[in-house]
Design a protein. Structure first.
Length: 197
């Protein structure tokens, strides 16, 4: 009878190396910025070769894109955890917004997603990443509120874009030292202003 192998499969090794590169790059990009981080620093921090970096990522920008995508996924997961299905529409939007503010408080995340991300990848690509993650959750919450008849029926695209922008501005202000509670209160009032009841 053959014993299960203790060795990792090629796929596991590939995923581990990719994860090490993303983690090392995230640390350096948030400590130093994208522009100030070199690929030799990244491979040294990850403990891999330069060849491994270019096996997994076309260039530094592609690695940065993977870091940003991962961060956006983590933010969306926090929002979804805080606002599960079954909550009333207003409560889901407020709790989701609070989760966004908390998730963005992780050191370096505001820089990655709201400052360096648009500068490095461009606004259109950042919008596409956000549409797969954070904005997707917000859009779903707003659409649900409109369907339930508790939010004014306006353009879903316009309301989503404006509310998303307000949350991003709040995250930037809090990251710069503004009181988080002031922004949480204001964001809840903004959502209430769109509600019918």
């Amino acid at each position: 009878m053959q014993q299960p192998s203790e060795r990792r499969s090629n796929r596991e090794r590939t995923e581990a190396t990719r994860g090490e590169l993303i983690a090392a790059a995230r640390t350096l990009f948030t400590e130093k910025s994208y522009a100030e981080t070199s690929t030799p620093e990244i491979v040294a921090a990850a403990g891999v070769t330069r060849g491994a970096l270019y096996h997994h990522f076309e260039d530094k920008q592609a690695l940065f894109r993977a870091v940003v995508e991962r961060e956006a996924e983590l933010v969306a997961a926090e929002i979804e955890r805080a606002a599960p299905e079954g909550l009333p529409a207003r409560e889901a939007l407020v709790k989701g917004g609070e989760a966004f503010i908390e998730a963005m408080a992780m050191p370096g995340r505001t820089r990655l997603l709201l400052l360096d991300g648009p500068a490095v990848l461009g606004r259109a690509e950042m919008d596409a990443i956000d549409a797969r993650h954070g904005t997707r959750t917000l859009r779903a919450g707003i659409a649900f509120a409109m369907r339930e008849g508790v939010m004014r029926r306006l353009s879903l695209d316009a309301v989503t874009a404006l509310v998303s922008s307000a949350f991003d501005r709040a995250a930037l202000a809090i990251d710069a030292g503004a009181p988080a509670e002031d922004y949480r209160t204001a964001l809840a009032a903004l959502i209430d202003g769109l509600m019918l009841e």
